[in-house]
Design a protein around this ligand. Structure first.
Ligand SMILES: N[C@@H](CCC(=O)N[C@@H](CS)C(=O)NCC(=O)O)C(=O)O
Length: 210
């Protein structure tokens, strides 16, 4: 019996969960799902229907990405992602999840929100980018000169932002942010969690992760 992770490869919340699981050297059985056809097995343990969901061996269900990250690093945290600045880190992650992400969705799907322009939505996103850029002027990463939980929790969303209009992002006035993002994207850890996984079917063989 193993822990079971329901995941969707391109979801930034699922990415941060897979990053923490791989980093902390936990092994799980990965069930890659399709958001439009969520398996009953997942909905039975978490009715809200979002990924990631982690079903622990002891039956406990974690269906918030940050809870999965916290569980993973509580098992093993070799490079001290958790620091004594946890409250500030969680506040920044909160801003990412509840403010930046709302604007990011509107920027990404601007045609669905015609009350404002794509440029307007991008400008709203930029408030958060400016904040990150300022932090990165002081340290190589958001809190320290090394990766912490905050970098890992946030960068999958900045990656998503960057891919909406790559040319704009490449020309944008955020040199530190671009360097930070590139380093995290190029890291072996990120590469390892972005391999393609076949969609899970109960009849198929289990997929070990990492
Ligand atoms: N607060 C949740 C958010 C997870 C979330 O919204 N995931 C998206 C995919 S990126 C999802 O599953 N959406 C449901 C759907 O699209 O049907 C977490 O941190 O785990």
């Amino acid at each position: 019996m193993s822990h079971i992770l329901y995941s969707f490869r391109r979801c930034p919340y699922a990415m941060r969960a897979r990053l923490a699981i791989a980093y902390s050297q936990q092994s799980v059985q990965l069930r890659e799902i399709i958001l439009k056809e969520k398996p009953d097995e997942m909905l039975q343990i978490s009715r809200k229907g979002t990924v990631p969901v982690l079903q622990l061996k002891n039956g406990k269900i974690l269906d918030e990405s940050l809870d999965i990250m916290a569980w993973a690093i509580s098992q093993h945290d070799p490079d001290d992602w958790q620091t004594d600045n946890m409250d500030n880190m969680l506040a920044l992650i909160d801003e990412n999840d509840f403010e930046f992400k709302q604007w990011l969705d509107k920027y990404k799907y601007a045609v669905r929100f015609p009350e404002n322009s794509e440029t307007y939505y991008r400008e709203q996103c930029e408030d958060f980018l400016v904040k990150l850029e300022k932090r990165l002027l002081f340290n190589d990463y958001l809190f320290l000169n090394r990766v912490t939980l905050a970098d890992i929790a946030i960068f999958p969303f900045i990656r998503q932002f960057a891919s909406v209009d790559k040319a704009w992002f490449n020309d944008s006035p955020y040199p530190q942010l671009k360097k930070w993002l590139q380093e995290l994207i190029n890291s072996p850890l990120f590469e390892s969690i972005m391999q393609k996984y076949p969609t899970w079917l109960p009849s198929k063989e289990a997929q070990d992760f990492p």
